[in-house]
Design a protein around this ligand. Structure first.
Ligand code: ACO
Length: 326
Protein backbone atom coordinates (compact mmCIF):
# COMPACT_ATOMS: atom_id res chain seq x y z
CA UNK A 1 0.00 0.00 0.00
CA UNK A 2 1.01 3.62 -0.46
CA UNK A 3 -0.73 7.03 -0.51
CA UNK A 4 -1.96 9.10 -3.41
CA UNK A 5 -3.49 12.48 -4.17
CA UNK A 6 -7.29 12.18 -4.25
CA UNK A 7 -7.87 15.81 -5.26
CA UNK A 8 -6.20 19.23 -5.52
CA UNK A 9 -7.48 22.68 -4.59
CA UNK A 10 -6.24 26.21 -4.17
CA UNK A 11 -6.96 29.69 -2.90
CA UNK A 12 -5.64 32.72 -4.74
CA UNK A 13 -6.00 36.25 -3.33
CA UNK A 14 -8.09 38.44 -5.64
CA UNK A 15 -5.64 41.34 -5.65
CA UNK A 16 -3.41 40.91 -8.70
CA UNK A 17 -0.37 43.14 -9.00
CA UNK A 18 1.22 43.37 -12.44
CA UNK A 19 4.86 44.22 -13.07
CA UNK A 20 3.68 47.59 -14.43
CA UNK A 21 1.85 48.37 -11.20
CA UNK A 22 4.84 47.30 -9.11
CA UNK A 23 7.15 49.51 -11.20
CA UNK A 24 5.27 52.56 -9.91
CA UNK A 25 6.60 51.98 -6.38
CA UNK A 26 9.76 49.89 -6.95
CA UNK A 27 12.71 50.92 -9.18
CA UNK A 28 12.20 48.20 -11.80
CA UNK A 29 10.39 47.49 -15.08
CA UNK A 30 8.14 44.88 -16.66
CA UNK A 31 10.89 44.17 -19.19
CA UNK A 32 13.58 43.52 -16.50
CA UNK A 33 11.33 41.29 -14.41
CA UNK A 34 10.09 39.24 -17.36
CA UNK A 35 13.53 38.71 -18.91
CA UNK A 36 15.26 37.90 -15.59
CA UNK A 37 12.53 35.81 -13.95
CA UNK A 38 9.60 35.02 -16.27
CA UNK A 39 7.25 36.65 -13.74
CA UNK A 40 4.46 38.90 -15.01
CA UNK A 41 2.07 39.18 -12.05
CA UNK A 42 1.69 38.18 -8.43
CA UNK A 43 -1.36 37.93 -6.15
CA UNK A 44 -1.13 39.78 -2.86
CA UNK A 45 -3.20 38.88 0.20
CA UNK A 46 -5.25 41.44 2.12
CA UNK A 47 -5.06 41.79 5.93
CA UNK A 48 -8.04 39.43 6.22
CA UNK A 49 -6.32 36.84 4.04
CA UNK A 50 -4.01 35.36 6.65
CA UNK A 51 -2.15 32.13 5.96
CA UNK A 52 -4.67 30.13 8.00
CA UNK A 53 -7.55 31.77 6.11
CA UNK A 54 -6.07 30.96 2.68
CA UNK A 55 -5.14 27.43 3.79
CA UNK A 56 -8.67 26.83 5.11
CA UNK A 57 -10.27 27.99 1.87
CA UNK A 58 -7.97 25.71 -0.16
CA UNK A 59 -8.78 22.84 2.23
CA UNK A 60 -12.53 23.35 1.80
CA UNK A 61 -12.16 23.25 -1.98
CA UNK A 62 -10.02 20.12 -1.97
CA UNK A 63 -12.40 18.23 0.34
CA UNK A 64 -15.39 19.19 -1.77
CA UNK A 65 -13.63 18.05 -4.95
CA UNK A 66 -12.70 14.73 -3.30
CA UNK A 67 -16.31 14.26 -2.18
CA UNK A 68 -15.11 14.03 1.41
CA UNK A 69 -16.41 15.58 4.61
CA UNK A 70 -14.16 17.46 7.03
CA UNK A 71 -14.75 14.65 9.49
CA UNK A 72 -12.96 12.21 7.16
CA UNK A 73 -9.67 14.05 7.81
CA UNK A 74 -7.26 12.45 10.32
CA UNK A 75 -4.30 14.83 10.13
CA UNK A 76 -3.57 18.31 8.75
CA UNK A 77 -0.05 19.15 7.58
CA UNK A 78 0.67 22.77 6.63
CA UNK A 79 3.91 23.68 4.85
CA UNK A 80 4.72 27.36 5.34
CA UNK A 81 7.48 29.79 6.26
CA UNK A 82 5.01 32.61 6.86
CA UNK A 83 2.81 31.18 9.65
CA UNK A 84 0.09 33.31 11.26
CA UNK A 85 2.14 33.25 14.49
CA UNK A 86 5.93 33.31 14.23
CA UNK A 87 6.81 30.41 16.52
CA UNK A 88 3.59 28.87 17.75
CA UNK A 89 0.83 27.80 17.52
CA UNK A 90 1.19 26.02 14.20
CA UNK A 91 -0.90 27.38 11.33
CA UNK A 92 -2.22 23.82 10.86
CA UNK A 93 -3.89 24.13 14.28
CA UNK A 94 -5.73 27.25 13.13
CA UNK A 95 -6.92 25.40 10.02
CA UNK A 96 -8.19 22.62 12.30
CA UNK A 97 -10.05 25.25 14.33
CA UNK A 98 -11.44 26.97 11.23
CA UNK A 99 -12.67 23.70 9.75
CA UNK A 100 -14.08 22.64 13.13
CA UNK A 101 -12.70 19.08 13.11
CA UNK A 102 -12.27 17.21 16.41
CA UNK A 103 -9.95 14.34 17.36
CA UNK A 104 -7.24 14.91 14.80
CA UNK A 105 -3.53 15.82 14.75
CA UNK A 106 -2.02 18.83 13.02
CA UNK A 107 1.43 20.34 12.55
CA UNK A 108 3.48 22.67 10.36
CA UNK A 109 6.47 21.80 8.19
CA UNK A 110 9.12 24.46 7.72
CA UNK A 111 11.22 23.57 4.68
CA UNK A 112 10.77 26.79 2.69
CA UNK A 113 10.19 26.23 -1.03
CA UNK A 114 10.60 22.45 -0.54
CA UNK A 115 7.92 22.41 2.19
CA UNK A 116 5.18 20.83 0.10
CA UNK A 117 7.52 18.08 -1.16
CA UNK A 118 8.39 17.29 2.47
CA UNK A 119 4.71 17.47 3.48
CA UNK A 120 3.67 14.93 0.85
CA UNK A 121 6.30 12.44 1.99
CA UNK A 122 5.42 12.93 5.67
CA UNK A 123 1.76 12.37 4.82
CA UNK A 124 2.58 9.24 2.85
CA UNK A 125 4.65 7.94 5.78
CA UNK A 126 1.79 8.46 8.24
CA UNK A 127 -0.62 6.60 5.96
CA UNK A 128 1.88 3.76 5.42
CA UNK A 129 2.41 3.50 9.18
CA UNK A 130 -1.34 3.15 9.70
CA UNK A 131 -1.44 6.31 11.85
CA UNK A 132 -3.90 8.03 9.52
CA UNK A 133 -6.11 7.29 6.56
CA UNK A 134 -6.87 10.70 5.05
CA UNK A 135 -4.46 13.62 5.32
CA UNK A 136 -4.74 17.23 4.22
CA UNK A 137 -1.41 18.57 2.97
CA UNK A 138 -1.47 22.31 2.37
CA UNK A 139 1.24 24.63 1.06
CA UNK A 140 0.51 28.25 1.90
CA UNK A 141 2.45 31.51 1.99
CA UNK A 142 1.92 35.18 2.67
CA UNK A 143 5.38 36.22 1.50
CA UNK A 144 4.19 39.79 0.93
CA UNK A 145 4.27 40.17 4.74
CA UNK A 146 8.01 39.46 4.97
CA UNK A 147 9.12 41.13 1.72
CA UNK A 148 11.12 44.36 1.78
CA UNK A 149 9.16 46.44 -0.72
CA UNK A 150 12.12 48.83 -0.97
CA UNK A 151 14.49 46.09 -2.17
CA UNK A 152 14.04 45.60 -5.90
CA UNK A 153 16.25 42.49 -5.77
CA UNK A 154 13.54 40.57 -3.87
CA UNK A 155 10.32 42.64 -4.09
CA UNK A 156 9.66 41.56 -7.68
CA UNK A 157 9.94 37.83 -6.98
CA UNK A 158 7.27 36.84 -4.49
CA UNK A 159 3.52 36.30 -4.23
CA UNK A 160 0.84 34.87 -1.90
CA UNK A 161 -1.57 31.92 -2.14
CA UNK A 162 -2.42 28.41 -1.01
CA UNK A 163 -2.61 24.99 -2.63
CA UNK A 164 -3.92 21.83 -0.99
CA UNK A 165 -4.22 18.11 -1.63
CA UNK A 166 -5.92 15.31 0.23
CA UNK A 167 -3.92 12.11 0.54
CA UNK A 168 -5.72 8.76 0.74
CA UNK A 169 -4.46 5.14 0.69
CA UNK A 170 -3.59 3.68 -2.71
CA UNK A 171 -2.26 0.35 -3.93
CA UNK A 172 1.49 0.04 -4.44
CA UNK A 173 2.70 1.44 -7.76
CA UNK A 174 0.13 4.26 -7.75
CA UNK A 175 0.13 7.62 -5.96
CA UNK A 176 3.35 8.82 -4.33
CA UNK A 177 5.78 6.11 -5.37
CA UNK A 178 9.02 7.66 -4.18
CA UNK A 179 10.45 10.83 -2.64
CA UNK A 180 13.88 12.38 -2.18
CA UNK A 181 14.37 14.80 0.73
CA UNK A 182 17.67 16.73 1.05
CA UNK A 183 19.23 19.58 3.01
CA UNK A 184 22.44 21.59 2.81
CA UNK A 185 22.48 23.52 6.08
CA UNK A 186 25.85 25.09 5.23
CA UNK A 187 23.88 27.36 2.90
CA UNK A 188 21.53 28.56 5.67
CA UNK A 189 22.67 32.16 5.15
CA UNK A 190 22.12 32.32 1.35
CA UNK A 191 18.39 32.87 1.78
CA UNK A 192 16.83 33.55 5.15
CA UNK A 193 15.11 35.81 7.65
CA UNK A 194 18.19 37.17 9.44
CA UNK A 195 16.54 38.52 12.58
CA UNK A 196 13.78 37.45 14.95
CA UNK A 197 14.81 33.98 16.10
CA UNK A 198 16.45 33.11 19.41
CA UNK A 199 19.99 33.21 17.90
CA UNK A 200 19.57 36.73 16.54
CA UNK A 201 16.65 38.40 18.32
CA UNK A 202 15.09 41.68 17.31
CA UNK A 203 16.59 44.50 19.40
CA UNK A 204 14.48 47.69 19.34
CA UNK A 205 16.56 50.67 18.27
CA UNK A 206 19.49 48.49 17.13
CA UNK A 207 18.21 46.00 14.56
CA UNK A 208 18.39 47.54 11.06
CA UNK A 209 14.96 47.59 9.42
CA UNK A 210 16.13 45.68 6.33
CA UNK A 211 17.08 42.69 8.51
CA UNK A 212 13.40 42.19 9.34
CA UNK A 213 12.68 40.98 5.82
CA UNK A 214 13.76 38.16 3.48
CA UNK A 215 17.49 38.23 2.70
CA UNK A 216 18.68 36.57 -0.49
CA UNK A 217 22.02 36.20 -2.22
CA UNK A 218 20.41 35.83 -5.66
CA UNK A 219 23.42 34.46 -7.55
CA UNK A 220 24.25 31.88 -4.88
CA UNK A 221 20.63 30.70 -4.76
CA UNK A 222 20.46 30.61 -8.55
CA UNK A 223 23.54 28.35 -8.84
CA UNK A 224 22.27 26.05 -6.09
CA UNK A 225 18.77 25.89 -7.58
CA UNK A 226 19.92 24.87 -11.06
CA UNK A 227 22.31 22.22 -9.70
CA UNK A 228 19.86 20.53 -7.33
CA UNK A 229 16.99 20.73 -9.81
CA UNK A 230 18.96 18.49 -12.14
CA UNK A 231 20.19 16.22 -9.31
CA UNK A 232 16.70 15.55 -7.93
CA UNK A 233 15.07 14.88 -11.30
CA UNK A 234 17.93 12.53 -12.29
CA UNK A 235 17.87 10.68 -8.96
CA UNK A 236 14.09 10.15 -9.05
CA UNK A 237 14.27 8.91 -12.66
CA UNK A 238 17.22 6.60 -11.96
CA UNK A 239 15.73 5.10 -8.79
CA UNK A 240 12.46 4.37 -10.53
CA UNK A 241 13.81 3.17 -13.88
CA UNK A 242 12.37 6.13 -15.80
CA UNK A 243 13.66 7.98 -18.84
CA UNK A 244 12.65 11.55 -19.65
CA UNK A 245 10.27 10.13 -22.29
CA UNK A 246 8.39 8.20 -19.57
CA UNK A 247 7.71 11.35 -17.55
CA UNK A 248 4.55 13.27 -18.47
CA UNK A 249 5.23 16.41 -16.41
CA UNK A 250 7.84 17.83 -14.12
CA UNK A 251 6.23 20.29 -11.69
CA UNK A 252 9.05 22.40 -10.27
CA UNK A 253 8.99 25.04 -7.56
CA UNK A 254 8.04 28.16 -9.51
CA UNK A 255 10.96 30.41 -8.54
CA UNK A 256 12.27 31.68 -11.81
CA UNK A 257 11.96 30.76 -15.50
CA UNK A 258 15.72 31.01 -16.03
CA UNK A 259 16.44 28.45 -13.29
CA UNK A 260 14.14 25.94 -14.97
CA UNK A 261 15.50 26.70 -18.46
CA UNK A 262 19.09 26.16 -17.30
CA UNK A 263 18.11 22.94 -15.48
CA UNK A 264 16.23 21.63 -18.51
CA UNK A 265 19.25 22.23 -20.76
CA UNK A 266 21.64 20.60 -18.30
CA UNK A 267 19.36 17.59 -17.79
CA UNK A 268 18.60 17.40 -21.52
CA UNK A 269 14.88 17.32 -20.78
CA UNK A 270 12.66 19.42 -23.09
CA UNK A 271 11.11 22.53 -21.52
CA UNK A 272 7.64 21.29 -22.60
CA UNK A 273 7.85 18.67 -19.84
CA UNK A 274 8.08 21.39 -17.14
CA UNK A 275 4.77 22.93 -16.08
CA UNK A 276 5.30 26.62 -15.34
CA UNK A 277 2.93 29.25 -13.97
CA UNK A 278 5.24 31.80 -12.32
CA UNK A 279 4.09 34.29 -14.99
CA UNK A 280 0.80 34.60 -13.09
CA UNK A 281 1.67 33.78 -9.46
CA UNK A 282 5.41 34.57 -9.06
CA UNK A 283 7.27 32.61 -6.38
CA UNK A 284 4.89 31.45 -3.63
CA UNK A 285 7.44 29.19 -1.86
CA UNK A 286 5.64 26.23 -0.18
CA UNK A 287 2.46 26.99 -2.14
CA UNK A 288 3.97 27.01 -5.61
CA UNK A 289 3.90 23.27 -6.43
CA UNK A 290 0.32 22.63 -5.20
CA UNK A 291 -0.83 25.86 -6.91
CA UNK A 292 0.63 24.53 -10.15
CA UNK A 293 -1.00 21.11 -9.64
CA UNK A 294 -4.35 22.79 -8.94
CA UNK A 295 -4.08 24.84 -12.12
CA UNK A 296 -3.16 21.74 -14.14
CA UNK A 297 -6.18 19.97 -12.65
CA UNK A 298 -8.48 22.89 -13.58
CA UNK A 299 -7.15 22.74 -17.15
CA UNK A 300 -7.81 18.97 -17.31
CA UNK A 301 -4.12 18.18 -17.85
CA UNK A 302 -3.84 15.54 -15.12
CA UNK A 303 -4.94 12.07 -16.21
CA UNK A 304 -4.97 8.84 -14.24
CA UNK A 305 -1.72 6.90 -14.61
CA UNK A 306 0.37 9.92 -15.64
CA UNK A 307 3.93 9.97 -14.31
CA UNK A 308 4.72 13.25 -12.58
CA UNK A 309 7.86 14.48 -10.84
CA UNK A 310 7.81 17.39 -8.41
CA UNK A 311 11.03 19.21 -7.58
CA UNK A 312 11.47 21.77 -4.81
CA UNK A 313 14.47 23.92 -3.82
CA UNK A 314 14.83 26.86 -1.51
CA UNK A 315 15.84 28.40 1.81
CA UNK A 316 17.61 26.19 4.29
CA UNK A 317 18.98 25.23 1.89
CA UNK A 318 16.42 22.51 1.23
CA UNK A 319 15.65 20.48 -1.85
CA UNK A 320 13.79 17.36 -2.87
CA UNK A 321 11.15 15.83 -5.08
CA UNK A 322 8.35 13.30 -5.36
CA UNK A 323 7.56 10.73 -8.04
CA UNK A 324 3.78 10.49 -8.39
CA UNK A 325 1.71 8.16 -10.54
CA UNK A 326 -1.51 10.18 -10.84
N1 ACO B 1 14.75 45.63 -11.59
C1 ACO B 1 15.71 46.22 -12.30
N2 ACO B 1 17.02 46.00 -12.10
C2 ACO B 1 17.35 45.12 -11.13
C3 ACO B 1 16.39 44.47 -10.34
C4 ACO B 1 15.03 44.76 -10.61
N3 ACO B 1 14.04 44.18 -9.92
N4 ACO B 1 17.02 43.65 -9.48
C5 ACO B 1 18.33 43.78 -9.70
N5 ACO B 1 18.53 44.68 -10.69
C6 ACO B 1 19.79 45.14 -11.27
C7 ACO B 1 20.93 45.03 -10.31
O1 ACO B 1 21.00 46.17 -9.49
C8 ACO B 1 22.10 44.92 -11.25
O2 ACO B 1 22.42 46.20 -11.72
P1 ACO B 1 23.96 46.62 -11.95
O3 ACO B 1 24.46 45.68 -13.01
O4 ACO B 1 23.85 48.03 -12.39
O5 ACO B 1 24.62 46.41 -10.64
C9 ACO B 1 21.54 44.14 -12.42
O6 ACO B 1 20.12 44.28 -12.35
C10 ACO B 1 21.88 42.68 -12.38
O7 ACO B 1 21.62 42.20 -11.06
P2 ACO B 1 21.83 40.72 -10.65
O8 ACO B 1 21.45 40.52 -9.23
O9 ACO B 1 23.20 40.26 -11.10
O10 ACO B 1 20.74 40.05 -11.59
P3 ACO B 1 20.61 38.57 -11.98
O11 ACO B 1 20.69 38.47 -13.44
O12 ACO B 1 21.46 37.67 -11.13
O13 ACO B 1 19.10 38.28 -11.56
C11 ACO B 1 17.84 37.23 -9.79
C12 ACO B 1 18.69 38.42 -10.19
C13 ACO B 1 16.63 37.20 -10.72
C14 ACO B 1 17.37 37.39 -8.38
C15 ACO B 1 18.72 35.99 -9.98
O14 ACO B 1 19.90 36.08 -9.24
C16 ACO B 1 18.02 34.76 -9.61
O15 ACO B 1 17.17 34.27 -10.33
N6 ACO B 1 18.34 34.19 -8.44
C17 ACO B 1 17.67 33.01 -7.97
C18 ACO B 1 16.98 33.40 -6.79
C19 ACO B 1 15.50 33.15 -6.80
O16 ACO B 1 14.82 32.87 -7.76
N7 ACO B 1 15.06 33.26 -5.61
C20 ACO B 1 13.72 33.05 -5.32
C21 ACO B 1 13.62 32.63 -3.92
S1 ACO B 1 14.53 31.22 -3.65
C22 ACO B 1 13.79 30.01 -4.28
O17 ACO B 1 12.61 29.99 -4.35
C23 ACO B 1 14.70 29.03 -4.74
Amino acid sequence: MTAGIASVGSYIPARRVSNEELSKTVDTSDEWIRTHTGIGNRHIASDKETCSYMATEAAKEVLEKAGMSKDDVDIIIVATITPDYRDFPATANLVQRNLGIGNIGSFDVKAACTGFVYGLELGRGLILAGTAKNILVIGVEKLSAITNWNDRGTAVLFGDGAGAVVLTPRVKGEGIVDSVLRTDGTGYDALNMPIGGTATPFIPGETPEEDLYIYMDGQRVYNFAVKVNVEIVMELMKRNGLTADDVDYIVPHQANYRIILAASRRAKIPMEKYYLNMEEFANTSSASIPLALAEMDRKGLLKKGMKILTVGFGGGLTYGGNYIVW
